[in-house]
Write a protein that binds this ligand. Structure first.
Ligand SMILES: O=C(O)CCC(=O)C(=O)O
Length: 271
């Protein structure tokens, strides 16, 4: 699992085999969006960044607080005014094929989040698990697609995952970071575990998928380049239930047949 770079440093080979996802907890898919599609998404993002409010309500260290507007906090763009391009991305056939190879064909979209780190300024994201924040989501067959809108690498703060830490779905205690980071909370990670982390380096248009229990995070952006990613969160509708009375955003059926009396919004392609 080790590849040697020109600089002589050992870099772990990223998993690109969906059949290894269950054991490793993540998988990378290359070239899902072509150059034209990437250019469109970058343009749509430009519009959102131009219109970003000076103040935002953000979820930090367990509560909602008002904070300065920052592009790491662009939550649920797919349901906001003008958000149709982001909703369309969530049912892009290439994206859904990748998700289907992981979760099967019965798919709902449960939320999305644009996480943009400005050059030399982007916030770190401390080690965390996703699922333990989502109390309205009951079940473990849940994953996040991290679509690279810009090239993402260790210098501009790409996501890092610690393979296999999702095994048996541990619900780890959240600890306040007390610092300047996206979530304000973290989980305890040993040096041994941290040493096994892999940087998910992607070209714009690539995507990675990670399990909702895997430990992951990212460093600040210390480069002069922007790092933008669009996270789309999906679940297997057969094994996961979303409590729509508690959930903060519409849930969209994107693939597979709706069950009788299902309350998810039908957004399957061609509907
Ligand atoms: O974009 C990042 O750096 C972190 C992403 C993340 O935590 C997530 O997708 O759950």
């Amino acid at each position: 699992m080790i590849r040697l770079t020109l600089s002589g440093m050992n870099v772990p080979q990223l998993n690109e085999d969906p059949s290894q996802y269950d054991s490793l907890g993540y998988c990378v898919f290359r070239g899902v969006l072509n150059a034209d599609a990437v250019a469109c998404v970058q343009q749509d993002l430009g519009k959102i960044l131009e219109a970003m409010p000076a103040k935002m309500v953000v979820y930090k260290d367990g509560e909602h607080v008002e904070a300065d507007g920052r592009p790491e906090f662009l939550v649920e763009p797919h349901v906001k005014a003008g958000g149709r391009p982001w909703l369309e991305l969530c049912r892009h056939p290439g994206v859904l094929d990748a998700v289907e190879s992981i979760l099967g064909p019965d798919l709902i979209l449960i939320m999305s989040h644009l996480i943009v780190k400005r050059p030399n300024d982007g916030l770190p994201v401390a080690w965390h698990q996703d699922n333990t924040y989502w109390h309205s989501v009951q079940g473990t067959d849940v994953c996040t697609v991290w679509l690279a809108i810009d090239d993402a690498d260790a210098d501009n703060g790409c996501m890092n995952v610690i393979p296999c830490t999702q095994a048996d779905h541990p619900d780890l205690e959240k600890i306040s970071t007390g610092g300047e980071d996206l979530l304000g909370t973290t989980v305890a990670v040993s040096q041994l575990q941290a040493g096994k982390a892999v940087p998910i380096e992607l070209k714009a248009g690539d995507l990675s998928i990670h399990d909702s229990f895997i430990i992951h995070g990212s460093e600040a952006n210390q480069s002069g380049r922007r790092r933008a990613g669009y996270t789309m969160r999906y679940a297997n509708a057969a094994t996961v239930a979303v409590d729509l009375d508690q959930h903060w955003v519409d849930v969209f059926r994107v693939r597979g047949d709706p069950r009788p009396a299902e309350r998810y919004t039908d957004f399957r392609p061609k509907k």
